[in-house]
Design a protein around this ligand. Structure first.
Ligand code: ASP
Length: 406
């Protein structure tokens, strides 16, 4: 019973440790715990579409005039592009300094055909944003068109007569409140969910541990150092000096969503928890969170951007290909686009690497090299993705003159 009195993030940490132990030393236990992970993930997925829709409509109607919506939108997009570019440059410098792929001879390679289907090409990202059929987009959980429709809908709700505006605003505010309560209810089960998810993943990946310990270690380390620099130095500095907020306090508030991002490997699945923490713990208004976080979970992926850059150049190094300046520049730009185009789901970044490799004229089979260690890197980059989204929400709220709690 005492365990339940512990703060949620401590419960999650304990669950993580227990899950790793179970996975390694008692793999048969997976049968008894993995269902908890399934139920937890289904619960999160259940709330995503109604939560995003209600939250954006209620946020946009409260932003009011088209001008302030445009201003907040512009700030948000600028923050996303700026931080993702910084992340890529960090990766670029590190991979050129450490050169993890030079003189590496890797004997193994896996089939690329194992990869799940990609989230589509990036050049039609803008077109895909506009739903042909909003119900269909909602049903498929395609978040970007849902966001687009919700912004347009919310904007025009604020344009109609009071007689219609009032009930609609009330309805969506109410729906949002209810969805938030449902989310908070699901959050209470996070430790159990994570126990299930992580135990299963450890069991599945146990045989890859040898690869991880061997030749891939330096490559992984390069990505991890880059992610650490971005998360622990770059983003806190932006939060401190641009946002005038307290990074350490904000980080503490984000413990639960960050641990969840790490364990679920999905920024979209983590979104309900991110919204709850940024709004209720760090004190950012619903007006800002409702707009920036769903958008961020879909298009702002600093960790993924950094990873794309390091992975592509690592592959070039392993194949002994000297990259020209132009090829490196192409990698930087396509890594940014790939991170925007990647969905907030597990392995999306690994799928998008094919886009970067094709653009820079590098061998696609290279994906086979990095697939074995993708899970661990995915866990880490997803955590950084969510951390950057949350820092963006605070920075933008501060720039709008909000008195947040951090
Ligand atoms: N899993 C990541 C996310 O959901 C995307 C990726 O694979 O890089 O944020």
């Amino acid at each position: 019973m005492r365990l339940l009195k512990l703060k949620l993030h401590w419960q999650i940490l304990i669950a993580l440790v227990v899950a790793v132990m179970l996975g390694l030393y008692l793999p048969a236990s997976v049968r008894y715990v993995s269902w908890m992970g399934d139920i937890f993930l289904r619960g999160l997925k259940m709330v995503i579409v109604p939560l995003i829709f209600a939250s954006i409509v209620s946020g946009v109607t409260s932003i009011g005039s088209g001008r302030s919506l445009g201003r907040i939108g512009l700030k948000t997009i600028s923050y996303y592009i700026f931080t993702s570019t910084l992340a890529i440059l960090t990766g670029l410098i590190l991979v050129n300094l450490i050169r993890p792929g030079v003189d590496v001879h890797l004997g193994f390679s896996e089939e690329i055909s194992q990869l799940p289907v990609g989230s589509g090409k990036i050049n039609d990202l803008l077109i895909r944003m506009i739903p042909e059929n909003i119900i269909d987009s909602m049903a498929r959980g395609d978040i970007l068109p849902v966001i687009f429709f919700a912004v347009v809908f919310g904007f025009f709700v604020s344009q109609v007569n009071d007689q219609y505006r009032q009930p609609l605003t009330n309805f969506f505010d109410g729906l949002f409140e209810v969805m938030m309560r449902v989310t908070m209810f699901i959050i209470r089960f996070t430790p159990l969910g994570i126990l299930g998810i992580v135990t299963r993943e450890v069991v599945r990946n146990a045989d890859k541990l040898a690869d991880i310990a061997g030749s891939m270690a330096i490559y992984m380390l390069t990505v991890i150092i880059g992610l650490a620099i971005h998360a622990a130095i770059t983003l806190p500095l932006i939060l401190r000096f641009v946002g005038k907020a307290n990074p350490a306090k904000h980080f503490k508030n984000m413990a639960t969503p960050l641990l969840t991002a790490f364990s679920t490997v999905s920024s979209s699945a983590t979104l309900p928890l991110t919204m709850e923490a940024v709004e209720h713990k760090s004190g950012v208004s619903n007006k800002i969170t409702s707009f920036t976080l769903p958008l961020g979970a879909t298009i702002n992926m600093d960790g993924t951007a950094l990873y794309e850059c390091v992975a592509a150049i690592f592959i070039a190094q392993v194949y002994g290909i000297e990259l020209t300046f132009v090829q490196q520049a192409i990698i930087v730009v396509t890594a940014l686009l790939a991170s925007i185009g990647a969905a907030g789901i597990p392995m999306a970044g690994l799928v998008m690497i094919t886009v970067v490799l094709t653009a820079a004229n590098l061998p696609l089979e290279g994906v086979g090299l990095i697939i074995a260690v993708d899970l661990i890197l995915d866990m880490m980059r997803t955590t950084v993705n969510v951390w950057s989204d949350s820092c963006g929400a605070v920075t933008i709220a501060k720039s709008e003159g909000e008195a947040t709690l951090v």
